[in-house]
Design a protein around this ligand. Structure first.
Ligand code: SF4
Ligand code: SF4
Length: 99
């Protein structure tokens, strides 16, 4: 959910917003639900086709924005404290199960 909006999330009591130019959740995570342009979702490590070069979602909050992405909020337990940490955490989680 690589955006831009000031989503504040209280996961683990740590408030955070989606960091600029991250996109880790749109790359590292596996997504089993259909995404626009990716009807079978995507495997871990695969770039979502809707991710722009500056790591934003091209369809964010549009009618095509998938529910699975809408439901995913920045949270320290998934996003870590850096993009690298997010890639590591989400990659490891995706090795266990998709979201
Ligand atoms: S991993 Fe977290 S911080 Fe990075 S784009 Fe996704 S929601 Fe935003
Ligand atoms: S549709 Fe947008 S928010 Fe969802 S995985 Fe793709 S780029 Fe990320």
């Amino acid at each position: 959910m690589p955006n831009k909006k000031a989503y504040l999330c209280g996961g683990n009591g740590y408030l955070m917003e989606c960091r600029e130019e991250c996109g880790a959740c749109c790359i590292a995570a596996s997504i089993s639900s259909p995404l626009p342009g990716m009807p079978f979702g995507k495997a871990a490590g695969v770039y979502c086709v809707n991710l722009t070069a500056n790591m934003r979602c091209a369809i964010y909050n549009s009618p095509d924005f998938p529910d699975v992405c809408r439901a995913f909020r920045p949270d320290i337990q998934f996003c870590g404290r850096s993009r690298d940490e997010a890639v590591m955490i989400l990659g490891e989680l995706s090795g266990l199960k998709g979201h």
